[in-house]
Structures are given as structure tokens and as C-alpha cells.
Design a protein around this ligand. Structure first.
Ligand code: NAP
Length: 291
């Protein structure tokens, strides 16, 4: 069996096209969607992620601003400056790029961004929608889970009534994703580092989503060809200087129905979902009479 490759490219292009149109519509109403990313210090990896966000903003016609703050900024000064951006009506989406330096780690960053501008989807008011059972991708939901659902849907992978094993229970990927899938009527198993006999779970799963950050850990022994599993690889690890997923793509592609590649899978889906959240935030502002 050779797996279908669930490449992000065609899906991203389609979503981008729709976002461009929504952005033009917003501009006709007098609003140019604006994203601001706050970076404390100048971590090179953060800067390269931010560049991707800026490029995509530009491609859909949105405004992009990078606010760089000094590495040694105090928590008080950081909070003051963040609040200023929260109040700026030309900013529709605000992100604090992680990681932040140690003197800021005690801050409740997720809840310091005003919920209407929280395009990362981390604010309690936004994650609450997941607890309440939403399946509405127009809400400000976390971007990686949202991107994964877009990817599955676009490749016609059925979610309802399927058994999905999500590996990794982080607040940004595994937990919100498991809730979203459950809201979409999947039966979800959320596995983690203390899970026993992961093989037995993955070998029987219709869909396996690997989001645990262990490069090439899932090899072909984790899959039974008879199950025809769909595999989504969220992992971004560096092996031998190259980006690598949590799944050993070369061996696994021969024993599963479909698999998303790394790079070129979940990563680009995450970034486009962030821009989708930005456009949705700007549209919601208009509905509330805020321009
Ligand atoms: P994280 O905070 O790094 O947490 C790792 C999770 O995996 C924890 O829940 C941990 O279990 C679990 N885990 C660790 N080792 C395991 C093992 N051997 N078997 C089963 N579970 C195990 O998670 P994250 O931030 O979601 O990141 C996970 C991976 O996704 C990383 O490679 C990250 O770079 C990548 N990522 C990619 C994107 C993207 O857009 N492509 C976005 C976000 C993250 P415990 O809870 O028991 O410790």
C-alpha cells in the first residue's frame, strides 16, 4: 500500500483565496485587518515563524506589524505596552510570540490579550467555546487544531463516528484538538507519556494524530495495514539538521491509507488558520460596530 499524501499546499491555496476575498470585502467597508506580533528579544527561530505570518498577511492584503521589545523588559512595562496595543483599534489580531524571557513567565499571557483580538485562540473566553461543544471554525479557536480539521475535511477524511487517537495533551494542540474532534462526533483517545501500550491503540485507530515532539518515534510497527489508518503528523523536530515529524514517514507511508508530510503538512495549515482567525476577528469587530 502506498499512502495518499495529505499535502497542505492545495488546501492552503484554496483557503488563502477565500481569505483574500473576505479581506477585500472588509476594506470596502473601511477596515484593513491588522495583525500585531509582540516579540520580546530576538530569538532567531521566533523571527523566522513571525516572517511566515507576515508574508501570509501581506498575501491576503492584511496589515502586519512586528513590535519588538527588549529582552530585559520588566513585567510591569511589558504589561503596560501590551495594554496599549489591546486598546489600539487598528489592531484586530494580537499575538505574543512564545517563548518569552524568564521574568515574564509568571504572567497569564493567554488571558492578557483581549479575547476579541486573541487570534491564537488561547484566551479562556475562546477556549470555553470548545468545552461548550462548538464545531464552528469561524470562532477564534487554537490554530493547529483548526488547521488539522481543515486538512482532514479538504481530503474528505470522515471524522464522525471514527476512532481518533491523539498523542500529546498540550494546551495548544492535543487538548483543544481532542475536544474539537469529540464535538465533531469522533470517539477520541487522548494519549500521553504515561499511556500504556500505545501500539495497541494506534494499530486499531481510524485516525492517529501525532503531537508529542519525539522525532520519527512512530514507525511502521504502530500501524496495522488492515486498519487503513489516516495519520496526521504535527511534530516539528530537528534530526540531522532537518525538520522531522513525530512519524517515521518513509516506513509508515507503506502501511497506512494517508499521511501528512513534514514539512508541508500541519505547519502551513496552522499559519493559514491564524490568518483566518485574523479575518474573522476583523469581521466580528464590524458586526459589533468597531472599525
Ligand atoms: P508539548 O507541550 O511539547 O507536550 C508534549 C506532549 O506529548 C505531552 O502531553 C507529553 O505527555 C506527550 N508525550 C511526550 N512523550 C511521549 C511519548 N513517548 N508517548 C506519548 N506521549 C508523549 O506539546 P506541543 O507543544 O503540542 O508540541 C508537540 C509537537 O508538536 C512538538 O514537536 C512541536 O514542535 C509540534 N508543534 C507543531 C505545530 C505546527 O504547527 N506544526 C504547532 C504546535 C506544536 P505528558 O503530558 O504526560 O508530559
Amino acid at each position: 500500500m502506498t499512502a495518499q499524501i495529505l499535502s497542505a499546499r492545495p488546501v492552503v491555496d484554496k483557503i488563502k483565496h477565500g481569505l483574500k476575498e473576505r479581506c477585500e470585502q472588509l476594506k470596502r467597508s473601511g477596515v484593513t485587518p491588522g495583525m500585531t506580533v509582540v516579540l520580546v528579544g530576538n530569538n532567531p527561530a521566533s523571527l523566522s515563524y513571525i516572517k511566515l505570518k507576515g508574508k501570509l498577511c501581506e498575501e491576503v492584503g492584511a496589515r502586519f506589524t512586528l513590535v519588538q521589545m527588549p529582552e530585559n523588559i520588566s513585567a510591569v512595562e511589558f504589561s503596560r505596552q501590551l495594554e496599549k496595543i489591546n486598546l489600539d483599534s487598528s489592531v484586530h489580531g494580537l499575538i505574543v510570540q512564545l517563548p518569552v524571557p524568564s521574568q515574564l513567565r509568571h504572567l497569564d499571557l493567554a488571558n492578557m490579550v483581549t479575547p476579541e483580538k486573541d487570534i491564537d485562540g488561547f484566551h479562556n473566553e475562546n477556549t470555553q467555546a470548545l468545552f461548550a461543544g462548538t464545531t464552528d471554525l469561524k470562532l477564534l479557536l487554537p490554530c493547529t487544531p483548526k488547521g488539522i480539521i481543515h486538512l482532514l475535511r479538504d481530503y474528505d477524511v470522515e471524522i464522525e463516528s471514527k476512532h481518533v487517537v491523539v498523542i500529546g495533551r498540550s494546551l495548544i494542540v492535543g487538548k483543544p484538538l481532542s475536544m474539537l474532534l469529540s464535538n465533531m462526533n469522533a470517539t477520541v483517545t487522548l494519549a500521553h507519556s504515561k499511556t500504556k501500550n500505545l501500539h495497541a491503540l494506534t494499530r486499531k485507530a481510524d485516525i492517529v494524530i501525532a503531537a508529542f515532539g519525539k522525532g520519527h518515534h512512530l514507525d511502521s510497527s504502530y500501524f496495522d495495514p488492515a486498519t487503513k489508518t489516516v495519520v496526521i503528523d504535527v511534530g516539528t523536530n530537528i534530526i540531522g539538521g532537518k525538520l522531522a515529524g513525530d512519524v517515521d514517514f518513509d516506513s509508515v507511508k507503506n502501511v497506512v491509507q494517508a499521511i501528512s508530510p513534514v514539512p508541508g503538512g500541519v505547519g502551513p495549515m496552522t499559519v493559514v488558520s491564524l490568518i483566518e482567525n485574523l479575518i474573522s476577528a476583523a469581521e466580528a469587530g464590524i458586526k459589533k460596530g468597531i472599525k
